[in-house]
Design a protein around this ligand. Structure first.
Ligand SMILES: [Zn+2]
Length: 188
């Protein structure tokens, strides 16, 4: 499974402990990284997760931007649920339940509650969105310019993708491949 050397090769090579540990670690990481990326392509719940830095042994942008405080860890856990499609929205409950469940947002009752509704449309969160989103937008505009922003972030879907995993826009050459910028957006 891990394409490691055969027993005979191991006996002949006389690997030292450190080299052998590295060979095993690299083999395991690369095997599971390939499997993880392949799974991401197949699973609709993972479509908002950027595949760019998705490597075994490497933490996601979300975990890289928080402190170890309980408050931050809780926030990150919520964000990760959104990233991995396990955040309990009405539309997700409908998918997993046989019983009749109404996909409508139980707070505003205006439309189906999916991530896009929660993050970009639900009027119940308008005040929170207003204060935070403006900051994110201003920061990104300062890095990519107003026209690039207007062309690429003109739909609720694009904004949802940005809020969930901004790294996706590096793959499309819209945001710069700069760790500090991506972390700042994630933090905001
Ligand atoms: Zn709502």
């Amino acid at each position: 499974m891990y394409q490691l050397p055969s027993f005979k090769e191991i006996m002949n090579q006389h690997y030292n402990k450190l080299d052998w540990k590295n060979i095993v670690r690299t083999a395991i990481s690369s095997h599971w990284t390939i499997k993880l990326k392949a799974d991401c392509e197949e699973k609709s719940t993972l479509k908002l997760l950027s595949k760019r830095n998705l490597n075994i042994g490497q933490t996601h942008n979300v975990w890289d931007t928080i402190s170890s405080s309980v408050k931050d860890v809780r926030k990150a856990a919520t964000k990760v649920r959104m990233l991995t499609g396990t955040y309990m929205l009405q539309t997700l409950k409908v998918k997993f339940n046989q019983a009749e469940i109404d996909p409508t947002c139980s707070i505003c009752k205006l439309e189906a509650e999916d991530l896009q509704h929660l993050l970009t449309s639900c009027p119940a969160y308008r005040h929170i969105r207003k204060s935070h989103f403006q900051q994110i937008k201003e920061y990104i505009v300062s890095k990519i310019g107003n026209s690039v922003w207007t062309i690429n972030f003109n739909s609720k879907m694009a904004i949802t993708e940005l809020l969930i995993d901004c790294q996706s826009f590096v793959e499309r050459n819209i945001l710069p491949n700069d760790k500090m910028i991506l972390r700042t957006i994630e933090m905001k």
